[in-house]
Design a protein around this ligand. Sequence first.
Ligand SMILES: C[S@@+](CC[C@H](N)C(=O)[O-])C[C@H]1O[C@@H](n2cnc3c(N)ncnc32)[C@H](O)[C@@H]1O
Length: 422
Amino acid sequence: MSYVVQARNGAELNRFYEEDLLIHDWYRFVLSYPPHLVQNYLHKFSVSKKNCVLDPFCGTGTTLVECKKHGISSAGIEANPIVHLMAETKTSWDVDVSALVNHADAIAKESILRIKKYSDNLKTLTKEQENLIIKDSISPMPLHKALVLLEVMDEFYDSRFSSYEKTAFAKHLVFTFSNLKFGPEVGVSRKKKSDVDVIGIWLKQIKEMAENLAFSSQHKNVRSVVYLADARDMEITLQPNSIDTVITSPPYPNEKDYSRTTRLESVLLNFITSKKDLRKHKERLLRSNTRNVYVNDTDDRWVARNGRILELADSIERKRIELEKDSGFERLYHKVVTLYFGGMARHLEELKPKLRPGAKLAYVVGDQASYFRILIQTGEILADVARDLDYEVLNIDLFRTRLSTTTKDQLREEVVLLQWKG
Ligand SMILES: C[S@@+](CC[C@H](N)C(=O)[O-])C[C@H]1O[C@@H](n2cnc3c(N)ncnc32)[C@H](O)[C@@H]1O
């Protein structure tokens, strides 16, 4: 099997190899990068067990899990609380697996009894919760069963097992219990699931997780920390001079709203209980779409002298005026570009004191054309931004290309390789 990253179209580079799925598959984004990409850069940067790897936009934890599988310490930063919990669970391997399965068994038995007992009176979400999720995300019967399961999980709460139980719940809530589909944007299927074996599927998932953990026990004590924080503001998070390698994939400026992708599980697991909560979470995210741009945003200051970014933002605004596009979102397109690259600049500046001299960094980013089809060469521009901040640009590798649904062009997804000399 080859793990060489090559410029190839098609399914091959998006594929997850069977052995890759172990633990990664507990919960992952549809578009998270494949573990073999991480393996490739661990190898390319000659990362050893003495090193520490950081993923400052760690999402569901692909980099961290892969490091742990190779006995390498790692740290992650994630600003979305539900995703942070998932990454933390996926890197916590030191648990009594038979006690976990027994605990889950007891929850499942009690849930089945209660589902029968309440069958004439289905449990539902509150009005406020309903307003936060996408309409018809989940049908009444699977929702009822999911809410009963949560009620019992709450009553049987045990801090040793809770995060595994929630992770198993979140995964199947999204991919099995709900009517959601990802293409890659989240939407609702026309065909609704009227009923699902919620409890059986959840319990099976816990058992699979326990098997994975038994299999991976050799590396259970390898250090991995996941911070719930903003990678543009790292004052409190990492020790100075502690990071040898960064392997990460930040959001791209492409109108993808990460908080929407994870809304259903965030609401059911009480990470978001109101619109105010939602806004608080979104404010911590890098600005990559018009749904999280706010009047007080100032990250554009960081690229105020970068002619290439200003020209790009200007060309998007000129195009809007030429096309007579006038919606509130369209008026913000040019703003996303300056705030996005400004946010990345702030992140790279904040990162410097945490890096050991000689540290190598890999940023996976994709070109975009979401704003009036104007090409945003994310990798090239990010390399410019890093150069301006005194990072050395080692190379820009082509990872893969993706078909743009708007322009029908192949857009490049690249890995920007940097070095911090110190
Ligand atoms: C492209 S995804 C990363 C996917 C990841 N490689 C994985 O394996 O799942 C980008 C992640 O960055 C997170 N994020 C966005 N802004 C952030 C910020 N300011 N600080 C930390 N994380 C952030 C998003 O919530 C999202 O989970």
